[in-house]
Design a protein around this ligand. Sequence first.
Ligand SMILES: [Cu+2]
Length: 192
Amino acid sequence: MSNPKRYRANPTHNRCLCWQCQSLDECWPDSGMPTRTAVARIKGGPLAPRIRGIVTFRDIPGGTEVSVDVSGLPAYRPAQGNKSPVGPHGFHLHENGSCEVGDPADPFTAAGSHWNPTNQPHGNHAGDFPVLFSNHGRAIMTFFTDKFQVADIIGKTVIIHENPDDYRSQPAGNSGKRLACGVIRWARHLSD
Ligand SMILES: [Cu+2]
């Protein structure tokens, strides 16, 4: 594996910006390939129609960098009695490649269960992500996971839930209804 500090990809131009190497080949000594990137365009369903955003997945040494930029999330509401708080929002990969709304009162069930290829308990699913913190509706986050590479998740879905993930309840962290959905597809690079 190469040293991750040796390069950085420019997401806009899909070009490798080296600061310690001489050429693009040197940026990617293992493959010689430019950065492999996929995106999911997120759209809110009937419970949160204002949600819009994009999730970007990028292969980096040892795993994948996931970047999220979402707006239009609902206002935070504290827990009341037995009702979970609204936000921070559970955020996962689900196994089916469909964002069909279906029942408007319980949308996006067509996306299926959590993507869990290694049959782990919830909290350690390959598709378990950190929760999304809304800042007056906006959430921006970047994190690393070594549980998949970009090619493994093409055709899966990204789901944003109404309630926080407790990373404990099975099978889905008790994160409530599905507010928004996006299918993951390869990004088209400007160099294609
Ligand atoms: Cu989920």
